[in-house]
Design a protein around this ligand. Structure first.
Ligand code: ZN
Length: 129
């Protein structure tokens, strides 16, 4: 009974107009639903963005694996197979077609740091004399 009496009691809005308590309740209910829907949309958007990020990461990894498989031990100049050789105790890759050489990181440094006699021998061997 007290609640009914309170609901029948006219409310004044901030601008001084009289408000119907039922309209005010509906407005609060609408606000609650609107806020709840906004929150649910935020959650759905965050979940979608997470799935997109995971998919992009997975596709990038698959693309890198595909490219590695496609180019692994292929000559960067002509695309033919590379064959590993040992020159002066350093493993290098030589193209089976154009005979281009590929040094892995640090291999050239290893060869250049050898003594001068060894370097001359290495370069003579490299050019086939
Ligand atoms: Zn080649």
């Amino acid at each position: 009974m007290l609640a009914v009496a309170w609901l029948d009691w006219p409310l004044l809005s901030t601008d001084g107009r009289q408000e119907d308590p039922l309209i005010d309740d509906r407005r609060r209910e609408d606000d609650w639903f609107r806020e709840n829907e906004r929150h649910l949309l935020q959650l759905a958007r965050a979940a979608r963005e997470k799935r997109e990020g995971e998919r992009a990461h997975r596709e990038k990894a698959e693309e890198l694996a595909r490219l590695k498989k496609l180019h692994h031990l292929k000559c960067p100049k002509c695309g033919h197979d590379m064959k590993e050789e040992t020159l002066d105790q350093v493993a290098i890759d030589r193209c089976t077609f154009c005979e281009g050489l590929f040094f892995d990181a640090g291999e050239l440094d290893q060869l250049l740091l050898k003594n001068s006699e060894g370097r001359r021998g290495f370069f003579r061997h490299l050019i086939g004399f």
